[in-house]
Design a binder for this molecule. Structure first.
Ligand SMILES: [Zn+2]
Length: 111
């Protein structure tokens, strides 16, 4: 299993849009003038849900926090948040940091 320790993204040279996935073209303006970048790894929880019954690759992980994280570059992505000790204490605006990309799950952030 290959664990990636940078957060891969695509930057559009045309409109400066950034997205937390690797794409051939810009999802915002459609330009093909894009480059692969490593995104900044600090973010905050924009919204989240506590998942009690996981499925697929996540079935052994439940309960876990599934969140939309907004990075300091204003890129939003859906991610699992690790390192939660008390599920009742998770709140919007909490600071999280990129941990790694799990090939089966996708990006994982942590407290
Ligand atoms: Zn663009």
């Amino acid at each position: 299993m290959n664990v990636t320790e940078t957060l891969p993204g695509t930057h559009c040279k045309q409109c400066d849009f950034k997205v937390a996935e690797v794409t051939e073209g810009c999802p915002s303006c459609g330009s093909e003038s894009v480059e692969m970048v490593d995104l900044k790894q600090n973010g905050i929880i924009h919204s989240f849900t506590v998942v009690h019954v996981g499925f697929g690759a996540l079935s052994n992980r439940a309960p876990y926090v599934l969140a939309i994280v907004q990075t300091e570059e204003n890129v939003k992505l859906t991610t699992v948040v690790d390192g939660v000790i008390d599920f009742g204490s998770v709140k919007i605006g909490d600071k999280v940091r990129f941990k790694n990309v799990d090939p089966k799950i996708g990006p994982i952030f942590q407290y």
